[in-house]
Design a protein around this ligand. Structure first.
Ligand SMILES: Cc1ncc(COP(=O)(O)O)c(C=O)c1O
Length: 420
């Protein structure tokens, strides 16, 4: 890639593409948003690096002032800024252990939290992230996410049934694998990202909150991918009204400048010992200045309103495709919130136990459709161990560009299904 401009990227060889990948959900305000890039450039001429253990720089503090009012719960008032999403996850795991004095972490089947050692241990979306790197950090237990595909159920299964099954599995994990008094935290992405773009039902999140409250377990909500307006609210957890004890964020926070954050309540973070959190580059000044500009742009440019309008158009286009008799039997599901949306295809290559096994469906639809889209000028990504394509366009994309992307996708699906 040579240049990014709004919803488009161009390559050294001259190709220009509409970008529905956003560097995996990062450049949410489009590439090189003028106000964000300018804020970063200006900061470069003031101070680039201060190191948070030596002194706080202005953008660090200004960013926290901007973040406090948009937190999903007023109890979330104590921040530490990092560089990557994985670091924020590492910090949340360390905090949970130290605060509770317990060791074990329950994570979700299909969850993705990063590739550093602690983050890799709680990542359960693909074996490729841990293959060859064992032994992993001990004390990690996996429970079911309420996703029909994981539970071996048809996509028409009711949400209530999925929630019931998943909460029952959690009960069993706490009775059979890790006792509540040994369990420090339950960790969840409110929307499974690398696990297939699956929204956790509000009833499930509320169920987790109840279990945590009952047993003194901390609820860690990973909003690294689903945060910053991606699903139509600043944070996806807002849809459920559930209060996280610890929350992580990154990606859209600084629109491409490396920055992440972990937030909790002061009553908990006061238990941390000085020096237990830190890093040379944590909360870099240029990234923080960019993030302050991001929060301003969200407000000034009514970004959440745009997400709402474009989301309706995206769902209308994808549901129309799903109902098209030419391709209907190949599309298993259209799902998502805001502009974090997925299309799941049927496959003849799944295990014989899989509910979406369809002998007559074409093979490898997701990869082939993504490749065809790229040939037609749309950059789009697959996700998960299933046949899933994810839509993560810029949150400020225009109606015209969204329609253009949907047209390319529709044409690509039809062509690939026709080819068999
Ligand atoms: C939900 C979630 N958590 C954590 C991470 C790790 O973030 P990073 O790649 O910045 O380390 C990611 C990255 O994709 C993610 O999607």
């Amino acid at each position: 890639m040579a240049k990014g401009e709004g919803s488009y990227v161009s390559f050294e060889d001259g190709r220009r593409m509409l970008d529905f990948s956003c560097g995996i959900g990062v450049t949410n305000l489009g590439h090189c948003h003028p106000k964000v890039s300018k804020a970063a450039a200006d900061q470069c001429m003031n101070i680039v690096h201060a190191q948070c253990s030596i002194a706080f720089h202005g953008p660090y503090l200004r960013l926290i002032e901007k973040l406090i009012p948009i937190m999903p719960d007023p109890s979330l008032d104590s921040f530490f800024l990092w560089t990557s999403g994985s670091e924020a996850i590492e910090a949340s795991l360390k905090m949970a252990r130290l605060i509770t004095g317990r060791q074990n972490i329950i994570t979700m089947q299909g969850g993705y939290h990063g590739r550093t050692f602690g983050a890799m241990a709680v990542t359960k979306s693909k074996t490729s992230y841990s293959e060859g790197f064992f032994p992993l950090m001990p004390g990690v237990f996996t429970t079911a996410f309420p996703y029909w595909h994981q539970l071996g159920l048809p996509s028409s299964t009711s949400e209530a049934e999925l929630v019931r099954q998943a909460l029952y599995q959690l009960d069993l994990v706490l009775k059979q694998q890790t006792a509540p008094r040994d369990t420090a935290a339950i960790l969840i992405e409110p929307v499974l990202g690398e696990g297939g773009y699956v929204q956790a039902p509000a009833a499930f999140l509320r169920g987790l909150r109840e279990v945590c409250d009952k047993h003194g377990i901390l609820l860690i909500v990973d909003e690294v991918q689903s945060g910053f307006g991606r699903t139509g609210k600043y944070f996806n957890i807002e849809y459920s009204g559930v209060r996280p004890d610890i929350m992580t964020m990154a990606k859209g926070l600084a629109n491409g400048f490396p920055l992440s954050a972990v937030v909790s309540r002061k009553e908990l973070t006061d238990k941390l010992k000085p020096g237990s959190m830190g890093g040379t580059y944590a909360g870099n000044a240029v990234s923080c200045a960019a993030a302050v500009a991001v929060t301003n742009a969200f407000r000034e440019e009514k970004v959440l309103e745009n997400v709402d309008a474009r989301s309706k158009e995206l769902f209308a286009a994808l549901n129309k495709l799903k109902q098209d008799p030419e391709v209907a039997s190949s599309i298993a599901d259209v799902r998502g919130q805001g502009l974090m949306v997925a299309v799941e295809f049927a496959s003849p290559l799944y295990s014989e136990h899989d509910p979406v096994l369809a002998q007559s469906a074409p093979k490898n639809l997701a990869t082939r459709v993504a490749k065809r889209c790229m040939e037609k000028g749309l950059l789009i990504l697959t996700t998960s161990v299933y046949e899933v394509i994810r839509f993560i366009p810029p949150l400020n994309i225009s109606a015209e560009d969204l329609e253009k992307g949907c047209d390319i996708f529709t044409a690509s699906v039809k062509e690939v299904v026709r080819e068999g």
